[in-house]
Design a protein around this ligand. Structure first.
Ligand SMILES: [Fe+2]
Ligand SMILES: [Fe+2]
Length: 190
């Protein structure tokens, strides 16, 4: 899928605000790809497409989990977790996106996971730090990653904040998020 087609696809489907977020994530992912020598085209395409299913009906998202035999544990979660995995399978099966890295980056953009590819890392981070995000503490994350603090360390800091946030709200944490937190806990490895 080429960039222009992807932009039009997302623009037609998403509310303007979310469409603009998607473009900012793509731009941010490209910027990070430049710093960390990633694949700019893949990061950009995944960034444009990542939230395509963000506002789909929950019943539709559940149907796709069953249809495409995604992790059945997803059925215990809401659209916040489901829109990534479902977007990846829709892009693969309905829109002919074949690049595995692009699909993985879309699939895991919300939760992260262990052993992410570079494209996954770029999109995961970009979604958290795009310029209009106002998550408490996001400025620290921006400083860390833009000053060469490393993708893995940045992923750990994001995962830590996400898990703390979810636990404080008494919300269940999806397994991939926990896996991501543990895998990128660099302190554990020393
Ligand atoms: Fe998302
Ligand atoms: Fe997003």
């Amino acid at each position: 899928m080429d960039k222009q087609f992807a932009i039009e696809l997302v623009e037609q489907k998403l509310p303007k605000k979310r469409f603009k977020h998607s473009l900012r994530v793509a731009e941010t992912a490209v910027k990070l790809a430049e710093i960390y020598e990633g694949d700019k085209e893949k990061a950009e395409l995944a960034g444009i497409l990542h939230d395509f299913c963000k506002y789909d009906e929950l019943s539709y998202l559940y149907q796709q989990v069953t249809k495409y035999q995604l992790d059945s544990n997803l059925l215990s979660y809401g659209s916040e977790i489901l829109h990534g995995p479902v977007c990846a399978v829709i892009m693969e099966h309905q829109y002919g996106v074949t690049d595995e890295e692009v699909l993985q980056a879309i699939y895991n953009h919300t939760t992260g996971r262990s052993k992410m590819t570079k494209t996954e890392k770029l999109v995961f981070i970009a979604d958290y730090i795009e310029p209009k995000r106002e998550i408490p503490g996001v400025e620290e994350i921006r400083k860390l990653v833009y000053s060469g603090g490393g993708l893995d360390r940045t992923i750990y800091e994001i995962s830590k904040r996400t898990v703390l946030h979810l636990v404080n709200k008494d919300v269940s944490v999806y397994q991939s998020t926990i896996d991501c937190l543990n895998y990128y806990n660099l302190n554990e490895k020393n």
